[in-house]
Design a protein around this ligand. Structure first.
Ligand SMILES: [Zn+2]
Length: 271
């Protein structure tokens, strides 16, 4: 079968037009895809609940743990406060006091004082009457307290119950010993079994305090259980330590000193 040359040319023109059209359509499709890829992705669905409620990981570098004036300063048997360190903002909290307000011992750093006022007021609302037994203690006073224990009970007892000068959190002005207003079990482990002690263990973290020397953690803290000794660290860290049930040393990955090491770390300002 033969095709007339005119018909052949007509057919070829039709084919050419078809090919050109296909190329144009293909180019348009490619251009559209390319444009949509460049557009920012708009996600209209709401994020899943697990994503929106997962808290950001806790920032452990918010405050220094080495600066004596930091609310996170870690003082223990291996980490010593300078002998001349005195907090600048010591005040007497407006709570029931075990001594006169002129006493050094009835002072706390203002941050801790404000928090202890809220804590004691909240305890009173729950019918638990707490008093401040001991607060700030200077290096010199701590030296006298420790030597007093050594001469009366021996060094082993002194080291288990009192801190050597520079090693006491009380020098930071951020630690407080609380007691029941009845005076029962004052500075004794049985305070932890009283309703006041139980209230303190359950609620201290809400006001930025931790029970620093927990039961069965003497090998980590170097101190026997002290249910009366609370340490101000701020609400965020207190909540985190309460949740993770860790000591400050565990949380910050520091050495646990069950005893005094031969080499101690000197805490200093600006680090
Ligand atoms: Zn104490």
């Amino acid at each position: 079968m033969s095709i007339h040359p005119a018909a052949k040319r007509h057919l070829l023109r039709k084919l050419l037009v078809f090919v050109v059209l296909v190329v144009i359509v293909a180019a348009l499709v490619w251009w559209r895809d390319d444009q949509s890829a460049k557009k920012p992705q708009i996600i209209t669905s709401t994020p899943s609940k697990s994503v929106s409620t997962t808290p950001a990981s806790f920032d452990k570098s918010q405050h220094s743990i080495n600066d004596p004036a930091s609310i996170w300063v870690v003082v223990d048997k291996g980490r010593i406060l300078p002998s001349n360190y005195t907090p600048v903002n010591l005040v007497v909290p407006k709570v029931a006091l075990s001594e006169g307000s002129a006493s050094e011992n009835m002072h706390l750093r203002s941050e801790a004082a404000g928090a202890v006022e809220k804590l004691v007021a909240a305890a009173a609302n729950d019918s638990q009457k707490l008093i401040l037994v001991s607060g700030y203690r200077s290096f010199v006073t701590q030296q006298a307290v420790y030597s007093g224990y050594v001469s009366s009970q021996g060094q082993a007892y002194a080291d288990a119950t009192s801190a050597r000068a520079g090693h006491s959190e009380h020098q930071s002005g951020l630690a407080a010993d609380l007691g029941a207003q009845s005076g029962q079990c004052q500075l004794e482990a049985c305070f932890g079994d009283m309703t006041e002690g139980k209230w303190l263990a359950t609620n201290a973290h809400k006001y930025g305090f931790i029970i620093r020397y927990q039961k069965d953690k003497a090998n980590l803290t170097g101190y026997a259980y002290e249910p009366w000794h609370i340490r101000f660290v701020g609400v965020d860290l207190a909540a985190e330590l309460n949740k993770t049930a860790q000591t400050m040393e565990q949380f910050f990955g520091l050495t646990n000193y069950a005893d005094y090491p031969t080499q101690t770390y000197q805490l200093k300002s600006g680090v």
